[in-house]
Design a protein around this ligand. Sequence first.
Ligand SMILES: N[C@@H](CCC(=O)N[C@@H](CS)C(=O)NCC(=O)O)C(=O)O
Length: 221
Amino acid sequence: MATLDFYGEPGSPPCRTVKMVAAAIGVKLNTKFVDLDAKEHLKPEFLKMNPEHTIPTIDDNGFYLWESRAIAAYLVDQYAKDDALYPKDAKKRALVNQRLFFDLSTLYGSFADYYYPVLFYGAPKFDPEKFKKIEQAYDFLNTFLEGKEWVAGTSMTIADYSMVSSVGAAEAVGFDYKKYSNVLAWFERAKKAIKSYDEIYHPDAMVFKKWYDDAGAGDKK
Ligand SMILES: N[C@@H](CCC(=O)N[C@@H](CS)C(=O)NCC(=O)O)C(=O)O
């Protein structure tokens, strides 16, 4: 079984994507806990690997890579027994890429933009204008999923894994994704299909919820 070093911490939604994809394709992650509170990600040894100082980061025998979606794509290209999770066919792959970039910039992007100032950077209140962007993103995703089982194409791909992390983070802090009926049906389907869900996903999502509670975020709307 392929093994590589994985730098991350429980609670981080993008770290979850990498852990779930690795589990799905049988890559073993040698996990190295990075304590963001202790600023371990700003230490010179970490910056040498990833000057952008983000987790998840992997070290595959001296090959350093960060950005969860790029890591997921690399793991499938390099180690999966087939290309099901990240098709090589140009059009199929283009659709997966579109959804991954949508997730990065819009679905997870709008979520982070609204929640993170309060959760992590001491903002006293949430900005309601930013909340509208999350709702718009979920409207888009709901539309993409109309009549579809998976977010890109006819089977599960890394775009589903990435968006399960994003929607799961939203679920953990009480965002009402259930009012988007296609998103709700897909999320339930995806959670069942991800074999590592109970082992990886759920405990990590609870850590994320604790961050929300610790920041007293419920009172800042
Ligand atoms: N788009 C990136 C986001 C990575 C990210 O921002 N990770 C956070 C933890 S969830 C982090 O490392 N924050 C520390 C920092 O940016 O200095 C990904 O998907 O990997």
